[in-house]
Design a protein around this ligand. Structure first.
Ligand code: E4P
Length: 218
């Protein structure tokens, strides 16, 4: 499973990229607004830090507008992935952009039929939003399971499932068990994945016992 980091904060991306755990980055208009920075400059900086796919979302809602914005965003770097919404206009844009060889992430996916359409439109990634479904009392992980099953039923559907709107470490574990290809996770969740109290306690004991030996390795 690949990990993308779901943020537009350069300092966080730099820190996590140094761990070797970051395979790509996803941004959205809300994350760009939160960063308070220039969109295209931010995407350019992220693309220099992370060589994997970096999702940059169009702001237009009509196909022509999305295509014009996508062509502009694609000039930034080779690893820019154009993010389009899961609407009919978005799917038309996805078809055109993927036919031109660009990576496309179809976002705001909330049911399995939408994911099927995204794959048929040639999406590189489809982003089912797990947390937002859980928020309204639905089962976000069930959606990941359904999409996995549908994509596995048809060899010609090669779109990667990018589990998005990940809110907990359990979301990551469950998405991995189901076989999502990628999880895009907020920096705090990526950091939390490494933690276990018994690891900390065990390390503390080992260090205390090692000190008793009076030895040094180097
Ligand atoms: C990823 O591409 C999405 O933009 C993101 O995961 C949305 O997460 P949220 O529902 O926590 O805003």
């Amino acid at each position: 499973m690949k990990f993308f980091v779901d943020t537009a904060e350069i300092s966080e991306i730099k820190e996590l990229a140094a761990s070797g755990l970051v395979d790509g980055v996803t941004t959205n208009p809300s994350l760009i607004a939160k960063s308070g920075r220039d969109f295209k400059k931010t995407i350019a900086e992220i693309c220099e830090i992370v060589p994997g796919p970096v999702s940059a979302e169009v702001a237009a809602t009509d196909t022509e507008g999305m295509l014009a914005e996508a062509r502009e965003l694609a000039k930034i770097a080779k690893n820019v992935t154009i993010k389009v919404p899961l609407t009919l206009d978005g799917l038309k844009a996805c078809k055109a952009l993927s036919s031109d060889g660009l990576m496309v992430n179809v976002t705001l996916c909330f049911n399995a039929n939408q994911a099927l359409l995204a794959a048929k439109a040639g999406a590189t990634f489809v982003s089912p939003f797990v947390g937002r479904l859980d928020d309204i009392g639905e089962d976000g992980m069930l959606l990941i399971r359904e999409i996995r099953q549908i994509y596995d039923n048809y060899q010609n559907l090669t779109t990667d499932i990018l589990a998005a709107s990940i809110r907990t470490v359990n979301h990551v574990r469950e998405a991995a068990l189901i076989g999502a290809d990628v999880a895009t996770v907020p920096p705090s969740i990526l950091k939390a994945l490494v933690k276990h109290p018994l690891t900390d306690k065990g390390l503390e004991t080992f260090m205390a016992d090692w000190a008793k030996t009076g030895q040094k390795i180097v």
